[in-house]
Design a protein around this ligand. Sequence first.
Ligand SMILES: Cc1cc2nc3c(=O)[nH]c(=O)nc-3n(C[C@H](O)[C@H](O)[C@H](O)COP(=O)(O)O)c2cc1C
Length: 210
Amino acid sequence: MKQIIEDLNWRYATKQFDASKKLTNEQLETIKESLRLTPSAYGIQPLKFIFVSSPALREEIKEIAFNQGQVVDASHLLIICSYKSIDESYLDAHVDLVTGIRNTPADRAAGFGEFLKKNILKMPDSDIEPWNVHQAYIALGQVLHTCASMRVDATPMEGFNAKKLDELIGLADQNLKSVLLCPIGFRSNEDNYQHLAKVRKTNDQLFETI
Ligand SMILES: Cc1cc2nc3c(=O)[nH]c(=O)nc-3n(C[C@H](O)[C@H](O)[C@H](O)COP(=O)(O)O)c2cc1C
């Protein structure tokens, strides 16, 4: 348990990455598996995780991310995206996935599908879109902790023009929107932020028992 708190104190929102240090394949696969295992409402995972490999594209993204250097200097750049809407075929595919993995009997699978559709398809897109965005933040929290436990650095980033990014990489055509950027890699020795004390509210301010 001490280890968990050590990991969480070790991590910080890295401002300067060492561009020469790259993730190993094993670290990258662990990060992907952590993202894949992220919980979501009804388990429908309304998310897509995009890793940007092109240095030129990363330069363009940096420009619409207020020139934050992490976008180009980190070993990897992750974009966490969510779906803008959910339709019947999306839910059918989810039911197929569940039934395939769990060998669900046909009548139970049909009942599960009806339950999902009854609850989700009645929601207007204006509610679905922010609901899916919320799921992206769960993935962010999980991946930050996963990275920290491997002593890999990551920066949660909302500081970018999401509309411009969606245009740049053609997300709207895929019913997707970008929610968060997360550069992942290794801190530079020059990054003074790593030496700053953590600033957090006290337990008295944060917790209440009723
Ligand atoms: C949703 C979210 C968006 C953030 N956006 C940015 C960002 O665009 N650029 C940045 O350098 N830090 C960003 N941060 C980092 C926060 O400023 C940082 O997590 C906070 O000050 C606490 O510091 P710590 O993470 O180093 O403990 C963001 C954090 C979160 C959770």
